[in-house]
Design a protein around this ligand. Structure first.
Ligand SMILES: N[C@@H](CCC(=O)N[C@@H](CS)C(=O)NCC(=O)O)C(=O)O
Length: 197
């Protein structure tokens, strides 16, 4: 297992997930900030848009942090970090794993760029509805599916931590405390150490 990464990027998600799964892996740093960037063919095969994180695992390779989290959970931790395929929780697990790239990140980009929100026209709703929906889903729960931590929490937790770090998180009943629970996980701390936050 190899993870392609760069410091202080979404790579932390893949590394956090690998630490949660507990398998051995190597890390190959990609110099995304170099003006003289030379990406390896192996990295480009895993990540056609040359973005990190990406992984290769034998003949399987992929990029996109949510895809990586889903793959690792299904392949190495089924029934623990991912509900099994016939578990009724599976639908919600998929929904919440995709919530970061499909809803949180576009809503954050909208806010960062001061674009005019349009809750109906835009597939991600808007920043406020994204926060309300996320916060409400955490009511009386430690993790997004309930008592058990899953790969969905790696994706959502990284977004919660990021929003708080960059002062984008409004006062919420649940998201702040959820970010603290994520930060307290040993696997998160190891990943932050290895991937520089
Ligand atoms: N949707 C992707 C986003 C990946 C992404 O934007 N990665 C950034 C770092 S956080 C990157 O590789 N940027 C370098 C570049 O685009 O050349 C994911 O979730 O993995």
């Amino acid at each position: 297992m190899k993870v392609y990464w760069a410091p202080q990027t979404r790579s932390t998600r893949a590394i956090w997930m690998l630490e949660e799964v507990g398998i051995d892996y190597e890390m190959e740093r990609v110099d995304i900030r170099s003006s003289d960037r030379k990406d390896s063919d192996e990295f480009l095969a895993a990540s056609p848009m040359a973005k990190v994180p990406a992984i290769s695992d034998g003949d399987t390779s992929m990029s996109e942090s949510a895809a990586i989290c889903l793959y690792l959970a299904d392949r190495y931790s089924t029934g623990v970090l991912a509900p099994k395929i016939d578990d009724p929780q599976r639908g919600k697990f998929l929904y919440w794993t995709m919530y970061t790239p499909a809803v949180i990140e576009p809503a954050m980009a909208e806010k960062f760029s001061n674009a005019e929100p349009n809750r109906v026209r835009n597939g991600w709703g808007d920043f406020d509805s994204m926060i309300e929906t996320f916060d409400e889903a955490l009511e009386e729960k430690d993790w997004i599916l309930g008592d058990e931590f899953t790969a969905a929490d790696v994706m959502l937790g990284s977004s919660a931590v990021f929003m708080r770090m960059f002062d984008m998180l409004p006062d919420t009943r649940n998201i702040g405390a959820y970010a603290d629970r994520c930060l307290a996980r040993g696997a998160f701390q190891k990943a932050a150490e290895k991937a520089g936050g």
